[in-house]
Design a protein around this ligand. Structure first.
Ligand code: BYC
Length: 474
């Protein structure tokens, strides 16, 4: 028997809650089976220099040490309760924040928790094989860190399902271990989480773009009137920051290396750049276009009655809800959304309440723009004329007002035929993918060494040197 009180660090009084303990006793072995089957391949015996959260105190949430991943202590943490917290938006604004699920919103809340929870194991599945082609021990450790924390985020949602949603919750918790990313019969819920992540360029793009959707969705759920959900999401956000750091710096290092090689060798053409074994900026741009557009879809339809209901009922707020100065009801407010009319994209004003997905997408885009600006500064500092650009919001969209339309990078509405002709100038072509894959032929595991296509990071993890043994193979 596993001693769950010792095994699962927590601040939810797990030792006192017999029902919850029993539910976890049932779920935990299934989770481990899932980890062995779908977690990082050939990783179970490795000792990895990981951070583990053992409390929510500033000195407790980032304890570093060597761990075999199946023995990782996936803890359950909620940000400490604020006794004065209220519901801050919607028709029940001003009530004390709910400590139990309001009966009438049970199935809606469960659906939100399940959708959030589903993305966590999905991303681990998507990244399963990448350890085999890591560009350094530093990067190998980072992907494993991301993976175990996505595992912990699954635990966080499963805790809510078990503790607050009874039998339905337990069934949903099991189903979270049964769906599989990309599976034809039983796929993950949201589109981007069924896309393959076959190489490290895709991984870094995913952690920059898609993990940031995680941040914005978690921020909105952290505003929820259902206090345990809000507090859980707040704590998840502390870990999410590192995932986005991995993505942003990963792409920065690829850009740096490419620019250095281009300058040293005075070359510009993508074919010459590839000859020297680094990733041309044009391929990088196409990967960016892909990951940005599939992540924009994750915000849902531009106009959504679901989103309006979540808000009106106090279940899911806006990004930084309490910092916004308005009535927090959105009774009369309007918000602009884009739609395709004939061959034009036009802006139209709709009730802001129905446009909350679009608003969150816009908040996200602002942050993405800053990040891409930082990447461009690396190219600029190298004295090269190239720049990375974000495509038009309507480019390559499968959800919402642009779905079914063919929009190019600059926002022109095209015919299907015209779009298809240029598709591989805009999105990674099979050749691009094959080229990037050719760089992933082996893994670099000598401490302090980095693959040819990526620059070393500025600093190691937790003040360790770059040549630290971040993963031990014995
Ligand atoms: N793919 O009214 P709509 C993260 C569905 S990432 C497939 O617009 P709504 C992480 C939608 O579910 C953050 N289906 O939807 C990152 C709905 O279906 P039902 C994850 C989609 O409800 C990296 C129907 O279409 N968290 O944490 O307004 C690594 C109608 O659409 C998609 C959340 O998403 C899609 N892209 O908004 C690890 C937060 N988009 O319910 C982790 C929780 C929509 O009618 N989820 N649909 O069967 C939500 O808040 C909402 O479910 C959504 C959709 C924002 C996703």
């Amino acid at each position: 028997m596993i001693n769950y009180i010792e095994k699962i660090p927590n601040n939810v009084d797990l030792g006192q809650d017999r029902i919850l303990q029993r539910a976890l006793e049932h779920w935990q072995p299934a989770y481990l089976n899932w980890w062995y089957e779908m977690g990082p391949s050939e990783s179970h015996a490795l000792q990895v220099y990981l951070r583990t959260a053992i409390s929510v105190e500033p000195d407790g949430w980032a304890q570093f040490g060597y761990v075999r991943m199946p023995e990782y202590r996936w803890g359950i943490f909620l940000q400490p309760r604020d006794q004065n917290r209220q519901v801050n938006f919607g028709v029940r604004k001003g009530e004390a924040a709910w400590q139990e699920v309001p009966g009438e919103h049970r199935s809606t809340l469960r659906r939100l928790v399940v959708t959030q929870g589903d993305t966590e194991p999905a991303s681990v599945e998507q990244q399963k094989l990448l350890g085999q082609s890591c560009p350094s021990l530093y990067d190998l450790r980072n992907i494993f860190q991301v993976n175990v924390e996505e595992g912990r985020h699954l635990w966080a949602m499963v805790y809510l399902l078990h503790r607050y949603f009874g039998r339905d919750g337990r069934e949903e918790a099991e189903a979270l271990l049964e769906r599989r990313s990309g599976d034809a019969d039983n796929p993950r819920i949201l589109g981007a989480f069924n896309e393959p992540t076959p190489d490290w360029l895709a991984f870094f793009m995913f952690t920059f773009f898609t993990d940031r959707d995680g941040k914005f969705q978690l921020c909105s759920l952290a505003e929820s009137g259902f206090d345990p959900l809000a507090r859980t999401c707040r704590f998840m956000l502390t870990e999410e920051a590192h995932h986005m750091f991995v993505g942003e710096t990963g792409i920065s290092r690829i850009i740096q290396r490419t620019c250095d090689v281009m300058k040293e060798n005075k070359i510009d053409a993508p074919s010459d750049v590839r000859q020297l074994g680094v990733i041309d900026l044009q391929t990088l741009q196409r990967y960016l276009n892909f990951h940005y557009s599939v992540t924009l879809d994750l915000y849902g339809s531009d106009v959504s009655s679901n989103a309006a209901n979540y808000y009106t009922n106090g279940l899911k707020g806006r990004f930084e809800e309490t910092k916004i100065n308005d009535d927090h009801l959105l009774s009369d407010a309007q918000y602009p959304v884009l739609e395709v009319v004939g061959e034009k994209i036009v802006s139209k004003s709709v009730p802001a309440l129905t446009a909350l997905n679009e608003r969150l997408r816009d908040d996200y885009i602002k942050e993405i723009e800053s990040g891409v600006g930082r990447w461009n500064r690396i190219i600029e500092k190298s004295g090269l004329p190239h720049r990375l650009n974000l495509p038009h919001k309507g480019f390559h969209r499968g959800i919402g007002n642009f779905a079914g339309h063919y929009i190019n990078l600059t926002g022109e509405v095209l015919s299907e035929e015209a779009w298809k002709k240029h598709e591989h100038e805009w999105l990674p072509s099979p050749e691009d993918k094959a080229y990037v894959q050719s760089l992933m032929s082996g893994r670099v595991v000598e401490p302090g060494k980095f693959a040819n296509w990526i620059a070393p990071p500025r600093a190691g993890i937790n003040n360790q040197p770059l040549n630290f043994e971040y993963v031990r193979f014995d």
